[in-house]
Design a binder for this molecule. Structure first.
Ligand SMILES: CC(C)(COP(=O)(O)OP(=O)(O)OC[C@H]1O[C@@H](n2cnc3c(N)ncnc32)[C@H](O)[C@@H]1OP(=O)(O)O)[C@@H](O)C(=O)NCCC(=O)NCCS
Length: 169
């Protein structure tokens, strides 16, 4: 384990809205299976990138993916659809942050938008040498941000318990 390195400027508390990010992808044939449906792995890659954007914006540092909670794929996505990924940091702990990513598919011909997937990821802030960095506190402002903040605390406890359980095996 590395000692967290502290930098006063980086530790200034920031509101959740500063981390909010949006990424849009047009699904091309190279992203799809032979039936023309988006590959789950490609969507997971985009989710990871969208989450990283929010982490970088909040922490002003590099960050690595520590874990991804489970992902359900709710509706199929076809070649030609637009995939919109919205991310924001839900809560900061010491060196780690939980990020939520919500994914929508938009068919601009039919003018339809549907929820495709949601995921929670944990990132750890690191410097260029891989040392863990302490992350600035986050300020939830709206009721929804406050709810996500509380929920993130409960999810962290579940993750930690699960990690301990696996280590004992
Ligand atoms: C993730 C990683 C940084 C954790 O480092 P570590 O030394 O094992 O973990 P530590 O016990 O020091 O914990 C550091 C922080 O990570 C968190 N953490 C560690 N493992 C975690 C997990 N599986 N899920 C969620 N959080 C985790 C800890 O809770 C702690 O958070 P805190 O500082 O906010 O309290 C390290 O395992 C790593 O570098 N993994 C590879 C990351 C990577 O390459 N990702 C890209 C995908 S290949």
């Amino acid at each position: 384990m590395n000692d967290p390195k502290v930098n006063d400027d980086m530790l200034m508390p920031r509101p959740v809205c500063d981390s909010q990010s949006e990424m849009i992808e047009l699904v091309l044939p190279n992203d799809a299976n032979p039936l023309g449906a988006l590959l789950g792995g490609r969507l997971m890659h985009w989710i990871d990138l969208a989450a990283a954007l929010a982490c970088h914006r909040h922490s002003h540092s590099h960050a690595v993916t520590a874990s991804v909670d489970h992902i359900d794929f709710l509706v199929p996505v076809q070649v030609g659809d637009l995939v919109i990924l919205r991310s924001s940091v839900n809560r900061v702990f010491q060196t780690s942050m939980e990020v939520g990513v919500k994914v929508f598919v938009e068919n601009y011909i039919a003018d339809i938008s549907q929820h495709v997937a949601s995921a929670y990821l944990t990132f750890v802030a690191v410097d260029a040498k891989g040392n863990h960095l302490k992350v600035a506190p986050i300020i939830p402002e709206s009721e929804e941000q406050q709810r996500r903040y509380e929920d993130a605390g409960r999810r962290r406890e579940i993750r930690r318990a699960e990690l301990q359980r696996r280590k004992k095996r």
